[in-house]
Design a protein around this ligand. Sequence first.
Ligand SMILES: CC(C)(COP(=O)(O)OP(=O)(O)OC[C@H]1O[C@@H](n2cnc3c(N)ncnc32)[C@H](O)[C@@H]1OP(=O)(O)O)[C@@H](O)C(=O)NCCC(=O)NCCS
Length: 296
Amino acid sequence: MERTNSKRLDSFELTISDITDADLDALHALSMSVGWPHRAEDWQIVRELGKGVVARDAIGRVLGSAMWFDYAPDFTNIGMVITSPRLQMLGAGRWMMNHVLAQTGSRAIGLNATRSARRLYSSLGFIAERTVYQCNGEAVAPPDGSLPPGTRLRALARDDLDEIAALDVAAYRADRRPVLARLLEISKGVALVRGDQIAAFSLCRRFGRGHLIGPLVAANDEDAIAVTRPHVADHAGNFLRLDTRQKSGPFAEFLAQSGLPVYDTVTSMSLRRPWLPEEAGSEAPIIYALATQALG
Ligand SMILES: CC(C)(COP(=O)(O)OP(=O)(O)OC[C@H]1O[C@@H](n2cnc3c(N)ncnc32)[C@H](O)[C@@H]1OP(=O)(O)O)[C@@H](O)C(=O)NCCC(=O)NCCS
């Protein structure tokens, strides 16, 4: 008969429950267990903005999470999918994702997949569309640069919500107004004004190890740089992060010169219909920086 003092068991009995009932500290511990930088406050924000589930073991410990953000009647963004390292590769991720997919009905879905999650999402039918470059580091004060002709910068105020939400819808192609409203409360915002209209905007808030710039919506690199420069200057010498799909060009070069080299990449993937606009092109506004990988 086996008589050791400990035994490793691979069979966990998991139950799924609503994320609103989970302790923020438990969620924070879960994301730290996979090396994610989120603070409990960052979890608080995503939990306010989306729906989600946690997987608990027999004694109620949180060992998994998955969230979804219903931005439109026909579009959902999935994020915060985590399985505790001691439970990985045992089917928990797939089980949670199947649960989430069942909740999203026939909605089209977008998400940003880490390397370890790509295989899971591919096997569920998700198609890879674009790479996201996670740029971060110790910000370096950028050299002064001139603004695009005919433009000026100003701080964003709460009553700019309608205008930035309209710009964001044009770029994101789903209405993230509740996200913008909440982030505006906790961010410093910068608008680039052309004529009497906001042509580009960016928000910057505390997140993870320091500050994060996003979302950032602009129609070209020059406008995007104009609304990024003030945040880089504000945080010179401190940790700053920006997640972008711009691989090259003036904006990507500006980030590298600002002390924000590419640190990691994730892959934007979609299910049921293509998500992101074509890469090259028009002067339509695009998402230059993600709100976060989970929020899109
Ligand atoms: C991604 C993650 C949620 C997968 O959870 P999981 O519980 O291990 O997933 P499953 O056991 O259901 O495995 C699903 C598939 O992914 C594969 N997989 C799991 N971890 C993997 C890894 N590190 N690298 C490559 N493939 C991996 C499994 O082999 C399985 O594929 P198969 O069914 O074809 O054999 C988990 O690895 C994790 O939390 N990682 C850290 C956080 C993260 O990156 N989250 C994703 C955010 S988009």
